[in-house]
Design a protein around this ligand. Structure first.
Ligand code: ZN
Length: 293
């Protein structure tokens, strides 16, 4: 089910509607007043401020306190619009595009984009506790930099991104120092319970996995071996091509320093791809959680 821009604007037509939705999440139906403790507390809006007052004791509550909106003078409607664009587009939006659509400065647009990427990462991490059991595909890819030498392993100045996707479950991507066993194996151990099935290509860094208790099936891609029954790495490879096309079409280039945030953003959309209508709501729920960042 699609969440259209018209539906979005009907739901969040102005700053008051945005603030009310954040308040509902933090001080919604049936919650107690943090000051006098009356249950259920009834709050009325204080005109001209991002605040409400308890009807019983007059205590003020600030729904934006502790969230990314707290110290931002950018109207909530613009933040919400940016969240809509981030969750409704296949490749996300560049800072340039946010600047154009929101009518804010480039610096402001850039900051909004990065704040939202941090939230997407936090939501995914909270939703997908590790380590998990199951059937996983593991792979690495090489992003940016200039190609030196020949072959995909000879690209020293490229950033290495390691990806793990669970069949029927979540995908996580991590920018790592290199593709050596000492780097990749600990990430596997943090993410996947021993006893699980893991599929990789023939990269020797994955060899220790079998002795660590994983059921490791490696596909020899250099010998044109792409699948052995249910064992393959097609899903994670599909994600890599989407990530790379997405970054080059939307952002042109991404520095190593910020690459992790873009990987998290694309992983968030991948993990929520079957429910585009609730993707926005999930992001908003994370925004409204002041301990999220
Ligand atoms: Zn009260």
């Amino acid at each position: 089910m699609k969440y259209t821009f018209i539906q979005f604007k009907e739901q969040y037509p102005n700053d008051d509607a945005c603030l009310e939705s954040i308040k509902q999440r933090r001080f919604g139906e049936g919650s107690a007043c943090p000051s006098c403790g009356v249950v259920p507390a009834k709050f009325h809006r204080i005109t001209g401020r991002r605040a409400y007052a308890c009807q019983d004791c007059g205590h003020h509550v600030y729904p934006c306190a502790g969230t990314i909106f707290e110290h931002s003078s950018t109207p909530l409607t613009l933040w919400f619009h940016a969240m809509y664009l981030m969750t409704s587009t296949r490749n996300g939006v560049s800072a340039k595009e946010l600047q154009r659509q929101l009518g804010v400065t480039y610096k402001c647009a850039w900051r909004i984009g990065h704040q939202l990427r941090i939230l997407m990462a936090a939501r995914d991490a909270a939703n997908n506790p590790t380590p998990r059991e199951g059937h996983f595909e593991i792979d690495e890819t090489y992003v940016g930099g200039k190609v030196k030498g020949k072959g995909r392993r000879f690209v020293k100045n490229k950033a290495v991104v390691m990806g793990i996707v669970q069949r029927g479950g979540a995908l996580t991507g991590k920018v790592v120092r290199n593709n050596k066993a000492e780097t990749l194996v600990p990430v596997v151990m943090d993410t996947i319970e021993p006893g699980s099935i893991v599929n990789t290509d023939e990269l020797s860094s994955y060899k220790p996995l079998e002795s660590l208790g994983y059921h490791h099936v490696a596909l020899n891609h250099s010998q044109e071996q792409w699948a052995l029954g249910p064992h393959h790495t097609n899903r994670i490879e599909g994600f890599w091509s989407h990530l790379k096309r997405g970054i080059s079409s939307t952002h042109v280039a991404v520095s190593k320093k910020h690459l992790q945030k873009y990987v998290d953003e694309f992983a968030f959309r991948y993990n929520n791809r079957k429910e585009p209508a609730v993707m926005f709501e999930r992001m908003l729920a994370q925004v409204s959680n002041p301990t999220s960042t």
